[in-house]
Design a protein around this ligand. Structure first.
Ligand SMILES: Cc1ncc(COP(=O)(O)O)c(C=O)c1O
Length: 381
């Protein structure tokens, strides 16, 4: 992320910490890279990565649609006026409300199990999610295209489901595959798309092939795009893609201040953000780049520990820091995806404010939560 340190210091000073900051220029640049690699493929942003309305509207203005996996996400899409071809309804256990809302929005549904044929709204447009049963090189919790994962239908079931959809009066638009998140090995995508191509002989031509998302920030997008387009071409299909992380991760930084230090079994820098603000290190052993925004002699390795009463509340280990002191400011990078989105109010910790930097100005795009807002629903009406 390219925001100047002075702007980060100013934001922390004005809005307090912990604070999520986003760089609009980097969001735009990520989308431009996707478009440069994937050409005319239709882009649906997986809003689970970061559902902030301002970010959604910015992507919407650039012609991007949305993949939604809950009633709340569909409500966000409806709230910003996304409809029809701009909305995908996904999820392994969709509720009645989601079928209804998706139907009202004229969305396309991603079918995740055979029973859904009888649950979809009348004359739905449908993609069938195929689980290619691959070994995917990412954290187990992030792999969605392995045989043991709960997602999608088997390649064997797919032709029968396409026929059942048509028999039930739906439009079987095509196939969908998404093998997981933060995938660094391009070969995983190649293998997944090859499995889809193998299915072509059993399905006939189809209108759409949705190649999902899952790209790490350093992924070879052009390589992935080449394989995805080749698979789509085998079906005579239009290519759709569904990135989440790639579009927003690099645009976001979590700012946190050092509260104090202590050296026991390890040297700890205690900071005012932790698992409640950024769960990924604890949930997926994710490693985020950490940058101290001060200079002082005496650089040494420090573990960055959050304030929660949980031993796992460690944001990073062995971070080189120059003699941290109370009040020092740290920038935790690549935090725009699954950062604020996964933040929680555990310990009645109010979720951080979120601010966007665009054209040299900061705008608050989510106000800091208050403890009162957290307990409000617990009081009698
Ligand atoms: C079906 C589907 N599509 C797209 C995504 C976005 O993945 P990523 O953020 O890794 O690009 C996800 C994430 O879990 C997903 O489940």
């Amino acid at each position: 992320m390219s925001l100047p340190d002075a702007a980060l210091h100013a934001a922390a000073q004005t809005y307090g910490t912990p604070l999520y900051v986003y760089d609009a220029a980097e969001l735009d640049a990520a989308l431009a890279r996707v478009r440069a690699a994937f050409g005319n493929a239709r882009v649906h942003y997986a809003m689970k990565a970061n559902p902030n309305l301002t970010l959604l509207r910015r992507l919407q203005a650039a012609g991007v649609g949305f993949e939604c996996v809950s009633t709340g996400e569909l409500a966000r899409a409806a709230h910003i006026g996304a409809r029809g071809e701009h909305v995908l309804v996904n999820g392994p256990a969709k509720t009645e409300a989601e079928y209804r809302l998706g139907g009202e929005l004229g969305a396309t549904f991603i079918l995740d199990r055979e029973e859904e044929v009888g649950l979809l709204p009348p004359a739905a447009r449908v993609l069938v999610r195929v689980n290619p049963a691959l070994k995917v090189s990412t954290h187990d919790h992030l792999a969605t295209g392995s045989a043991s994962s709960k997602f999608g239908v088997t390649p064997d079931q797919t032709p029968r489901i396409l026929a059942a959809l048509r028999g039930a009066g739906h439009t079987a638009l095509g196939l969908h595959v998404h093998i997981g998140s933060a995938i660094r090995n391009a070969g995983d995508f190649t293998a997944a798309f090859a499995r889809l191509r193998d299915l072509r002989a059993h399905t006939g031509p189809l209108a759409v092939l949705d190649a999902g998302g899952g790209w790490s920030l350093d992924a070879d997008l052009h390589g992935i795009a080449r394989e995805a387009h080749a698979a789509a071409a085998a079906y005579g299909a239009q290519l759709w893609v569904e990135p989440g992380r790639y579009l927003v991760a690099g645009a976001g930084t979590l700012l946190t201040r050092v509260v104090g230090t202590k050296v026991t079994g390890r040297p700890f820098a205690l900071v005012d953000a932790g698992m409640t603000e950024l769960l990924r290190p604890m949930l997926y052993s994710a490693q985020h780049p950490v940058r101290p925004l001060w200079e002082r002699p005496g650089v040494g390795p420090w573990d960055l520990a959050g304030p929660a009463c949980e031993s796992g509340d460690i944001l990073a280990r062995n971070v080189p820091l120059p003699a941290p002191q109370s009040g020092d400011l740290l920038a935790i990078g690549e935090a725009g995806a699954y950062g604020a989105a996964m933040s929680s109010t555990y310990l009645t910790r109010a979720r951080p404010a979120e601010v966007l930097y665009a054209a040299g100005e900061w705008t608050v795009i989510r106000r800091r939560e208050t403890p009162q807002a957290i307990w409000a629903l617990e009081e009698a009406e």
